[in-house]
Design a protein around this ligand. Structure first.
Ligand code: NDP
Ligand code: MG
Length: 398
């Protein structure tokens, strides 16, 4: 069967999701054409990907890395054109030749290019959950106005999407759904004592038992803020309030999430903890393609365990529930404070348990504000929350 070629921009190409996306796309030559690859400042890594995938454009967020990328590409005789800066990221996301954009920049930096893709009516493969948490309403409005469709990449949300009726479009409230249950591995500190968590190092926090991911999301998994951000993400994507969202710890990471219907049926999606499965699902939707992931051997796995999360040792989960209940600017404030606190922890400036303390303080101070009505307003709230978080972080470090 002949398939139309999809033309792809991959934002965050050098990252964990970006590389998995290129791995899946390369398994289907002729089906996916790489139009643009974008990263922040890893010029060598981006050059290597350009030589392998021959995109028309390579884009760097940081202009300072442009000479190194140009030199590497010129030495190899590559024809890829190098661009840089926020406007270029938006331009390759909204370009008329592009139909699909993988939004896999980490953190708030991913918001503007994802919005550009949404406004231009692309198929937006959304990995960058922070964009949705900080600007959920603004982002979904841009999708509606631009005629864009959103396909969730986050494994839990992709699982939920797969369990919803055929034809469902993210952003709307699905009929007949009683609850959505997001599974969580529990991260590297699932069984750690409070004292062990206080002295946890970045290396320990990034050593996830099941998933191989970038450092920021790995720390978020260790604090369980990742699951908190995902609750907010699910609430926007699937139009359900906090009261109908639940977190279930499932240490094997085989059941990626569940949807409970009014009649008592519970549907789940299962698979290996390998992001190439949700990526392949979204790339080909509504068709199915090979992702390179091995078949699941349930007999070998033997058992699937579930338990309630421990909100005492993982206060970030409660903070995210608070932010979701408060709505308004609270999710944006939560996200900004968390990004700053995680960066400080990874930089050795604060302890692991200080992350929740700083987020709590910033959320307490700024969380009651009204939601950002447009992207400029959202970015203003984000800046203010970051400034306050930095002041609190400086006190932790002192
Ligand atoms: P990584 O840290 O592995 O990669 C991040 C990517 O973003 C890199 O390509 C990086 O470029 C790029 N980037 C960072 N800042 C900027 C910027 N200012 N401008 C342009 N590009 C930038 O992250 P992951 O792949 O792990 O995660 C990406 C997103 O996907 C996150 O939002 C995460 O929450 C989400 N996600 C990830 C999952 C996973 O399994 N990894 C699972 C579910 C969601 P450079 O290399 O040059 O720094
Ligand atoms: Mg996830």
């Amino acid at each position: 069967m002949q398939h139309p070629t999809r033309t792809l921009t991959v934002l965050g190409a050098t990252g964990s999701i970006g590389r998995s996306t290129l791995d899946v796309a390369a398994r289907h030559p002729g089906r996916y054409r790489i139009f643009a690859l974008a990263a922040h400042r890893q010029a060598d890594a981006l050059a290597e990907l350009c030589l392998r995938h021959a995109p028309r454009y390579a884009v760097l967020g940081d202009e300072a890395a442009v000479p190194a990328l140009r030199a590497r590409l010129a030495a190899a005789g590559a024809t890829t054109e190098v661009l840089a800066g926020e406007q270029a990221l938006a331009a390759v996301s909204a370009h008329p030749e592009v139909d699909t954009v993988m939004a896999a920049i980490v953190g708030a930096a991913g918001l503007q290019p994802a919005l550009a893709a949404a406004r231009a009516g692309k198929r937006v493969l959304l990995a960058n959950k922070e964009a949705l948490v900080m600007a959920g309403e603004v982002f979904l409005r841009a999708c509606r106005d631009g005629g864009a469709s959103v396909l969730p990449i986050d494994s839990e949300h992709n699982a939920v999407f797969q369990c919803l009726p055929a034809g469902y479009r993210a952003g709307g409230a699905p009929p007949g759904v009683r609850r959505i249950l997001l599974t969580a591995s529990g991260g590297p500190f699932r069984r750690a004592s409070a004292a062990e968590m206080r002295s946890a190092t970045p290396q320990q926090a990034c050593a996830h038992p099941n998933w191989s991911m970038g450092r920021k999301i790995s720390v978020d998994s260790a604090t369980m803020m990742n699951k908190g951000l995902e609750l907010i993400e699910a609430s926007y994507l699937f139009g359900v309030p906090e009261s109908r969202l639940e977190v279930l710890v499932h240490p094997q990471s085989i059941v990626h999430s569940l949807v409970e219907y009014e009649d008592g049926s519970m549907l789940a999606q299962l698979g290996h903890p390998d992001m190439r499965t949700p990526i392949a699902h979204a790339l080909a939707h509504p068709e199915r393609i090979d992702s390179g992931v091995a078949p699941l051997g349930l007999a070998a796995i033997g058992r699937l365990d579930f338990e309630a999360p421990d909100s005492g040792r993982f206060p970030c989960l409660g903070l995210a529930y608070d932010a979701l209940r408060a709505a308004g600017a609270a999710p944006c404030v939560l996200n900004a404070a968390n990004e700053e606190a995680v960066a400080a922890f990874l930089g050795g400036g604060i302890g692991f348990t200080d992350i929740a303390r700083v987020v709590d303080a910033v959320l307490g101070a700024l969380g009651a504000r009204a939601a950002g009505a447009d992207v400029e307003h959202v970015l203003e709230i984000d800046r203010e929350a970051r400034a306050l978080a930095r002041a609190r972080l400086a006190r932790c470090a002192a």
